[in-house]
Design a protein around this ligand. Structure first.
Ligand code: NAD
Length: 487
C-alpha cells in the first residue's frame, strides 16, 4: 500500500520537498506500505489552501455546514471496519477497540457537532447592565493546525476537525509517520461528502513539519495531542505568538478500588480501563490503588487477570493485548520495566517479551506490586502494558496518592456505592474520571489538568475552542426604533 501524495486544496498533490518512509506493521515488524511525509514547503502550501477556502466556509449557513458533516460521517462510518483494520495493522491496536474508536467514534463526533451548530437557536442578544444591549456572536477562529499522535489516529483527529469544521474553520491536519496511511480515508470521505476544496488538508509528517505548522502565521489556532514534552514546546511557541492552543497530553491515572469494591466488576473492565491498546492510551488507569485490608486479594486477582489476557494478532477479535507501535517504543517500555525492578517493585507477572512472539513489538502484560507512589514507575507515563498496585490506608490516603502526580488527565473509582464513588471522584484532580466505568462521550468535555494539558475537546466546550466571542454593543431600544423606521 503506497500513498505518495499529500491532500492539499481538495486534490492529491505531489510533495514539494517531502521524503518517503516505510510504514511498518506493528504485529510483524514487516513493511506494509510506504508514505510521503511533507516538508515545510508542503505545510506552507496546505496553509495557503486552507486560508483560501476559509472565508467562504465560514460564511456558509451553519445548517449547510452541518449537512456536509453528516455526509462526511456517513462516508466514514460506511468504511469503519476498513479504517479500523488499517489503523490496527499500523499501530497494533486490538481490532475490537479500533473498530469502535477509530472506525465509528469519528462519525459520532461529526454528527454531534453537526447537531450543535444546526440548532444554534436565536441570536444571543443580552440585556445590558446599563440599559443598552449586547449582541454576542461567535466567530470562527480561522485556520486550524491539528497535530495528532499514532495511538488513536482517527479518534483524535476527529476530536479536532469535527468541531473546527462545524465552527466554520478550515483545517490542516498533520498525522504522524507511524499512522499516516489511514489519514487518506479522511481525504476520500471529505471529497465524497462535498467538503469544499481546501477546507480539510492533510500533510503527514514528522516533528519539523509539526513545528512549521505551529509557527505558521496563517494558522490561527493549534490543536495538539501528544506527549507532554512536545506539548510544552508547542505551548511555548504559541505563548510567544499569543496563538490559542489546545494541548491534550500524557497521563498516569489511578484506578481507586474502594474497600467495598466488587472486584470482579473491575477485573472484567481491566483490559479496557487499565490496559486499553496495551496501555498505549493516555487515560489508562495504570496505578491501581488498593485498600491495605484487601491488598493481597487485589494483587492476586489483578495478577491472575493480567496473566490470562490474550496477547496476539491485533486483527484477531479475541486479542486483548496487541504489540507496541514500534521497536523504539517497545525499547522504552522494557527500559521502564527494568527501572521498576531496580526500584524494588515486586514483579508478579510479565516483565519481558512473550516467548512465542519473536516477530512484532510485543511486551508481556506486566504487574508490579508493593510499589511506592514516589517511584519512577508510578510517576512516569510508561505507555505500555505495565500496571502498578499501590496500597493505601483509608479513603483520604487514596485520594492523596491519586493526586500525587504531575499529571491530571483521568482516572476511575470502583465501589458498590455509586454516590460514594462520585464523592471520591470529585476530589481527584483530573479533567475526567469514571465511576465503575470509563468512556469518552462526544457530548462531554475531555481535557487534562496540570501536566496533562490545557483546554478541552468534545462537548460544547470543544466547539468554543474554535470560535471567538465578539460583542456588538447596541444602544437601548434601537430594535424598536428600527422596526418603526427601517431606514
Ligand atoms: P509525540 O508528542 O512524540 O508526537 C505527537 C505528534 O506531535 C506527532 O504528530 C509528532 O510528529 C508531533 N510533534 C512532536 N514534536 C513536535 C513539535 N515540537 N512540534 C510540533 N509537532 C510535534 O507523542 P507520541 O509519542 O506520538 O504520542 C504519545 C503521547 O500522546 C503520550 O504521551 C500520550 O499520553 C499522549 N496522548 C494524549 C492524549 C490526550 O488526549 N490527552 C491522547 C492520546 C495520546
Amino acid at each position: 500500500m503506497e500513498q505518495m501524495d499529500l491532500f492539499i486544496g481538495g486534490a492529491l498533490t505531489g510533495a514539494k520537498e517531502g521524503e518517503a518512509t516505510d510504514v511498518v506493521e506493528a504485529a510483524t515488524g514487516e513493511v506494509m506500505g510506504r508514505v510521503m511525509l511533507g516538508g515545510a514547503a508542503d505545510i506552507d502550501a496546505a496553509v495557503t489552501a486552507a486560508e483560501a477556502a476559509s472565508a467562504s466556509w465560514a460564511a456558509r449557513d451553519p445548517r449547510e455546514r452541518a449537512d456536509v458533516l453528516v455526509r462526511f460521517a456517513d462516508h466514514l462510518t460506511a468504511r469503519a471496519v476498513e479504517t479500523a483494520t488499517l489503523v490496527s495493522r499500523q499501530n497494533g491496536m486490538p481490532i475490537t477497540l479500533s473498530t469502535g474508536a477509530n472506525g465509528y467514534f469519528p462519525g459520532l463526533v461529526l454528527r454531534y457537532y453537526a447537531g450543535l451548530v444546526r440548532d444554534a437557536g436565536e441570536p444571543d442578544v443580552r440585556p445590558g447592565m446599563r440599559g443598552t444591549r449586547t449582541r454576542v456572536e461567535r466567530t470562527p477562529i480561522g485556520v486550524v493546525g491539528a497535530i495528532t499522535p499514532w495511538n488513536y489516529p482517527q479518534t483524535l483527529a476527529a476530536m479536532k476537525y469535527a468541531p473546527a469544521l462545524a465552527a466554520g474553520c478550515a483545517v490542516v491536519l498533520k498525522p504522524p509517520p507511524e499512522t499516516a496511511l489511514d489519514a487518506y480515508v479522511l481525504a476520500e470521505a471529505a471529497e465524497a461528502a462535498g467538503l469544499p476544496p481546501g477546507v480539510l488538508n492533510i500533510v503527514p509528517g514528522g516533528r519539523d513539519a509539526g513545528a512549521r505548522l505551529v509557527a505558521h502565521p496563517g494558522v490561527a489556532k493549534v490543536a495538539f495531542t501528544g506527549s507532554t514534552a512536545a506539548g510544552r514546546a508547542i505551548g511555548a511557541v504559541c505563548g510567544e505568538l499569543l496563538k490559542p492552543v489546545t494541548l491534550e497530553l500524557g497521563g498516569k491515572s489511578a484506578a481507586i478500588l474502594l474497600d467495598d469494591v466488587d472486584l470482579a466488576s473491575y477485573l472484567g473492565m481491566l483490559p479496557r480501563v487499565s490496559l486499553p491498546n496495551a496501555g498505549q492510551t493516555c487515560h489508562s488507569s495504570t496505578r491501581i490503588l488498593a485498600p491495605r485490608a484487601r491488598y493481597d486479594e487485589v494483587v492476586d486477582a489483578v495478577t491472575d487477570t493480567v496473566r490470562g489476557l490474550v496477547v496476539g494478532d491485533p486483527l484477531d477479535r479475541a486479542t486483548q493485548i496487541g504489540p507496541m507501535v514500534s521497536a523504539a517504543h517497545r525499547g522504552r517500555v522494557l527500559d521502564h520495566i527494568d527501572v521498576g525492578r531496580a526500584e524494588g517493585a515486586r514483579l508478579t507477572t510479565g516483565g519481558g517479551v512473550p516467548a512465542d512472539r519473536e516477530a512484532g513489538w510485543f511486551v508481556e502484560p506486566t504487574v508490579f506490586a508493593d510499589v511506592d507512589n514516589s517511584w519512577r514507575i508510578a510517576q512516569e507515563e510508561i505507555f505500555g502494558p505495565v500496571l502498578c498496585v499501590i496500597p493505601y490506608d483509608d479513603e483520604e490516603d487514596a485520594v492523596r496518592i491519586a493526586n500525587d502526580s504531575d499529571y491530571g488527565l483521568a482516572g476511575t473509582v470502583w465501589t458498590s456505592d455509586e454516590e460514594r464513588g462520585v464523592a471520591v471522584a470529585r476530589r481527584v484532580h483530573t479533567g475526567s474520571i469514571g465511576v465503575n466505568h470509563f468512556g469518552l462521550d462526544p457530548a462531554a468535555p475531555f481535557g487534562g489538568w496540570k501536566a496533562s494539558g490545557l483546554g478541552t475537546e468534545l462537548g460544547p466546550e470543544g466547539l468554543e475552542a474554535y470560535r471567538r466571542p465578539k460583542s456588538i454593543y447596541l444602544p437601548a431600544g434601537s430594535r424598536e426604533r428600527t422596526r418603526k423606521d427601517p431606514v
